[in-house]
Design a protein around this ligand. Structure first.
Ligand code: GDP
Length: 702
């Protein structure tokens, strides 16, 4: 029998660091009965924080999915909780989690309201069209202010929050919640960690405020539904709780409003009612748009897949975790059924994969499943050739789901293993880490003997280094974080190269005639052969491509990796005895060295999208400072309390920016930044960077 998809919710908890996401998650796992001992974040035992690295930093970086049962008004629901990271350094983690969730709870700090980082998180969810409800957390904190936080959502995010609850008291007098739908007060016992909820009448001193907020909620709700509006205009009191809920649910799914809850995760107040809110307002898997993709046999044909378990199978691998029993691949199933023991197709690489086992992942144990269905999120064992972002589908009815965008890494660092044994361990560990996290890169440099790792930010690399040291036991020497410069070319070159070597008996021979030209931004490395007449036999093309591609991580200027190069092989020559794949690969490597320097190489640097908030008094100084950092100011817009400046700036100039901004604005400025694109470096700066890098390499190599 097919599962009733209306009983499922695939959600994420989004928040910037410190708003309380881990604590909220932890409480959810406790109340949904899977985590019996509540862990406090400050003690470093929160259930979702699997990795030691995360616990020590007190942040959540791994996007694990946890299946939680929840009973609400006598009905059993399943909530799949997809962990999303709060730190913008982990763009790829955000991307993969946003892709597979249907709705989100956004957590705010009840004292601070909307902060600069909450705006970044909000915009990320906007980009993926995720319906959201809001949770104003930390209502027990000194200075917590529901009205202020609620208004900041309205004003700073420019959206429509609708309060469905009010706090009873605030900071040390905070003790419970008024539900504006039922118009009742709810209290959470202290002894049983808030597990016992008591319903009472609304305290007298809150009645008036509750009436006011309820009135506003009802007006907002009926505005979302024309028929309800007519009914409301005829007789306000005829509107039922069910009708209000239905209208708010519709509005939330259409992303026109955001029902807003409040509580204190730390003091165990309000989390169960937030879970009810997840059921009431966030969409089930059938209420979001059908997943989109293309036909792998014809990339121009767009396709969608219905949410039904009877449709052909399609799913997305959104996370791969290496495990002693083999890789665990987290899969969101969009359509069809996935029975244990079946073979599925990875249409991206054309390989068939074995689904040997399927699990529902709970915080502490895994539950083996015979079959998983559309709408579900499960972990699979048996996949060998699928990475984060890959599609899995029915081999007889293939679809290639939209790719995930993996941003270019912007920060790099050199690491060097201490002993020969460390070197061996490092190689194996890096292969695994790269498969788990495609936004992380690692390249070995023959010349200097160092390995350069690159990623989304300093914290991203710090964490990988920790994992290398602790999980894999590799002893390392670690360099300073550096901007990840790239080299590109500006002119086409046509050239020829012959690799010839005579050593005793058999020789080596390979001649290639080729064109090298700049590719489209973001196109990476492309190789094509237009050889006619068999002057270079087909069997050698892969070796030639490999030879060129292998040189892409060492550009001609200073050895930085190259971006966007197209190579065309149009002619050449071979020798029946002396030609071999190796000879042609060496020819391609020689050709690369010979010609790249003539293709007008230039240094490129990462530019960041920067979003700065400043009080109005300091706008002039902030802009002056940004200009000195070679920033391009894109936009300025007033907010109720200051000015928001949008700019693009080179990452090289943004190290330590937060300190300067605080000084200029007497501590009131805030900013966030994320990678935008690569741009050529100005000549003078490029010369300095190239010189410094050459010196650094020379020192290393000697
Ligand atoms: P995350 O970074 O968003 O995952 O936030 P955490 O859950 O790690 O919480 C950050 C800090 O805020 C920790 O010290 C928590 O104990 C604290 N915290 C979380 N929720 C509350 C709350 O409801 N009230 C108060 N006063 N502190 C809280």
């Amino acid at each position: 029998m097919a599962l009733d998809l209306s009983k499922f919710r695939n959600i994420g908890i989004c928040a910037h660091i410190d708003a309380g996401k881990t604590t909220v998650t932890e409480r959810i796992l406790f109340y949904t009965g899977r985590s019996y001992k509540m862990g406090e974040v400050h003690e470093g035992t929160a259930t979702m924080d699997f990795l030691q690295e995360e616990q020590e930093r007190g942040i959540t970086i791994q996007s694990a999915a946890t299946t939680c049962p929840w009973e609400y008004e006598g009905t059993d629901y399943t909530i799949n909780l997809i962990d999303t990271p709060g730190h913008v350094d982990f763009t790829i983690e955000v991307e993969r989690s946003m892709r597979v969730l249907d709705g989100a709870v956004v957590v705010f700090d009840g004292k601070e309201g909307v902060e600069a980082q909450s705006e970044t998180v909000w915009r990320q969810a906007d980009r993926y069209g995720v319906p959201r409800i809001c949770f104003i957390n930390k209502m027990d904190k000194i200075g917590a202010d529901f009205d202020f936080s609620f208004k900041s959502i309205k004003q700073r995010l420019g959206v429509k929050p609708i309060a469905v609850q009010l706090p009873i008291g605030a900071s040390d007098t905070f003790e419970g919640i008024v539900d504006l739908l039922t118009m009742k007060a709810y209290y959470f016992d202290e002894g049983e960690l808030g597990a016992i909820v008591t319903e009472k009448d609304i305290p007298d001193d809150l009645r008036e405020a509750a009436e006011l907020y309820r009135h506003e909620m009802v007006e907002n709700a009926v505005e979302l539904d024309d028929t309800l509006m007519e009914k409301y205009l005829e007789d306000e009191s005829s509107i039922t709780v069910e009708e209000i809920k239905a209208a708010l649910r519709k509005g939330t799914i259409e992303r026109k409003c955001h029902p807003t809850f409040c509580g204190s995760a730390l003091k165990n107040i309000g989390v169960q009612r937030l879970l009810n809110g997840v059921i009431d307002y966030l969409p089930d898997p059938t209420e979001v748009p059908e997943v989109k993709g293309t036909d792998p046999r014809d990339k121009d044909t767009q396709m969608t897949r219905p949410h039904s378990p009877d449709a052909p199978f399609a799913g997305l691998v959104f996370k791969v975790v290496s495990d002693t029993h083999g890789d665990l691949s987290y899969v969101r199933i969009y359509s069809g059924k996935l029975p244990r023991g079946t073979r599925v197709l990875n249409p991206g690489n054309g390989k068939k994969e074995n689904v040997s086992r399927i699990f529902a992942m709970h915080a502490k144990d895994r539950e083996a499943l015979e079959v998983a269905e559309a709408g579900g999120i499960v972990a699979v064992i048996g996949l060998r050739n699928s990475m984060t972002g890959d599609t899995l589908c029915d081999p007889d009815d293939p679809i290639l789901l939209e790719r995930m965008d993996f941003p270019e890494p912007v920060i790099s660092m050199s690491i060097e293993p201490i002993t020969a044994d460390d070197k061996k361990k490092l190689g194996e560990a890096l292969t695994t880490i790269k498969r788990e996290d495609p936004s992380f890169q690692a390249n070995y440099n023959d010349e200097t003997g160092e390995t350069i790792i690159a990623g989304m930010g300093e914290l991203h690399l710090d964490i990988k280094v920790d994992i290398l040291k602790r999980t894999y036991g590799v002893e390392l020497e670690v360099g300073e974080p550096q901007v990840a410069y790239r080299e590109t070319i500006t002119q086409p070159v046509e050239d020829s190269y012959t690799h010839k070597k005579q050593s005793g008996g058999s020789g080596q021979f390979g001649k290639i005639d080729y064109r090298i030209r700049p590719g489209e931004p973001g196109s990476g490395f492309k190789f094509e052969s237009t050889v006619v007449g068999g002057n270079v036999p087909k069997e050698f093309f892969p070796a030639i491509e490999k030879g060129f591609a292998g040189m892409m991580d060492q550009g001609p200027l200073a050895g930085f990796p190259m971006l966007d190069v197209e190579v065309e092989l149009f002619d050449g020559g071979y020798h029946a005895v002396d030609s071999s794949a190796v000879a042609f690969e060496l020819a391609a490597r020689g050709a690369f060295r010979q010609s790249m320097i003539r293709a007008g190489p230039q240094l490129s640097e990462p530019f960041m999208k920067v979003d700065v908030y400043t009080p109005e008094d300091n706008v002039g100084d902030v802009i002056g400072d940004l200009n000195r950092r070679r920033a391009m100011i894109k936009d300025q817009e007033p907010t109720p309390t200051g000015i928001r400046i949008k700019a693009e700036a080179p990452l090289a100039e943004m190290f330590g920016y937060i300190g300067h901004l605080r000084t200029i604005t007497s501590g009131r400025g805030q900013f966030s930044m994320e990678f935008s694109h690569y741009l050529p470096c100005p000549q003078q700066i490029a010369e300095k960077v190239i010189q410094a890098e050459k010196e650094r390499r020379a020192a290393k190599a000697s």
